[in-house]
Design a protein around this ligand. Structure first.
Ligand SMILES: Cc1cc2nc3c(=O)[nH]c(=O)nc-3n(C[C@H](O)[C@H](O)[C@H](O)COP(=O)(O)O)c2cc1C
Length: 326
């Protein structure tokens, strides 16, 4: 099955409190991004009209590149939510089969669906009937290592009507400390009847090249590095075009731009938590990362964060402009 996106497309991963409109806009200002996932929204809450869900599902500034990620704990809620969203001019919708957070899996959502394949296939079939745009699922490897079971699951999802699968190759509940299993991405990408998008641990050009060459996924999805370095997509595309490519980034201007985007695009209740989540990763670019992280995490509001950042760059002017080549 050909992918419904350009071969080798670059995706922004769905991440709670990170994959919102402000981050998407910042990434798009640097360029290189093909498709962006939203923050995860609850199908049940979409149906009941929760105001927060509308913030997660804000599709600006690039609806045609946006995938709504939804999780469902009750099967009937997903087609209802998709029918409710059917007129939105987005690229696609994704079913979350990977989230291992206990409050989601205990209620039967996220990774819990992978333990009951027939129910998961039935869910996809009803979602397919309610949604005529692109439909994907984001999965993990399942609860333990069993390649044939995983392959059967992916084949079943293809038959049920999915257009592609995004795979984060860790087992259910496995933390980031252990390396993801890109050997399994490679095998599925070669053997499955539908496109496999690979995701996990892409920190820059060397990882990107290795994963593209060894696993040959239909596309590549990046999560945490997009918050750490929102220019990562532009950098990868630049390096693809030329070995000598490098980018000069104004770390101060980018930080202040993100605060401005958070203030102007997100509702007040979301601003501080989203800014803290972003700077938790972004501060890794700074020479005194722990120091500034601590200051920002303990700031009471965005104005205080702005002052901390200004003070930091006053003291560390050499941190302001950085050149990145990988
Ligand atoms: C803060 C955070 C929130 C996440 N939230 C979601 C989510 O809502 N849905 C989902 O499918 N995956 C979620 N993930 C997993 C990411 O989409 C991605 O699979 C994972 O971070 C591995 O990619 P990376 O190494 O490029 O970060 C989240 C990850 C992080 C770090």
């Amino acid at each position: 099955m050909p992918p419904p996106f350009a071969p080798g497309a670059l995706f922004l991963a769905p991440m709670v409190a990170l994959s919102h409109r402000a981050l998407r806009e910042l990434v798009l200002e640097f360029g290189g991004l093909d498709i962006a996932y939203s923050e995860m929204a609850s199908a049940g809450a979409v149906v009941s009209g929760s105001p927060y869900e509308e913030c997660y599902l804000d599709s600006d500034p690039c609806p045609g590149k946006l995938v709504y990620q939804l999780y469902a704990t009750k099967p009937e809620r997903l087609p209802e939510a998709l029918a409710y969203l059917a007129d939105r001019p987005v690229f696609g919708a994704d079913i979350n089969f990977g989230c291992a957070a206990p409050h989601i899996t205990k209620a039967g959502g996220g990774a819990a669906w992978m333990r009951e394949p027939e129910k998961a296939f039935a869910l996809i079939r009803t979602a397919r009937a309610a949604w005529d745009k692109v439909l994907s699922a984001k999965i993990r490897l399942g609860h333990d290592e069993d390649y044939e079971r995983l392959a059967d699951f992916v084949r079943g999802m293809a038959e049920a009507g999915l257009d592609y699968v995004a795979l984060h190759p860790r087992f259910e509940g496995q933390k980031f400390r252990r390396q993801g299993r890109w050997d399994i991405v490679a095998r599925l990408a070669a053997e499955m009847p539908l496109p496999i998008v690979g995701n996990g641990d892409i920190r820059g050009w060397p990882d990107y090249r290795k994963r593209i060459e060894e696993a040959r996924p239909a596309g590549l999805m990046i999560g945490r590095e997009a918050a750490r370095r929102p220019w990562i997509f532009a950098l990868l595309r630049g390096r693809e075009a030329s070995e000598d490519f490098s980018m000069e980034v104004d770390l101060r201007a980018t930080a202040l731009r993100m605060l401005e985007l958070i203030e102007s695009r997100l509702i007040p209740e979301f601003r501080l938590t989203r800014a803290q989540r972003f700077f938790f990763y972004y501060a890794d670019n700074f020479a005194y990362a722990h120091y500034i992280k601590w200051k920002l995490m303990n700031s009471p509001d965005l104005d205080a964060m702005r002052k901390e950042l200004e003070a930091y760059f006053e003291e560390q002017p050499s941190d302001r402009i950085r050149r990145y080549s990988e």
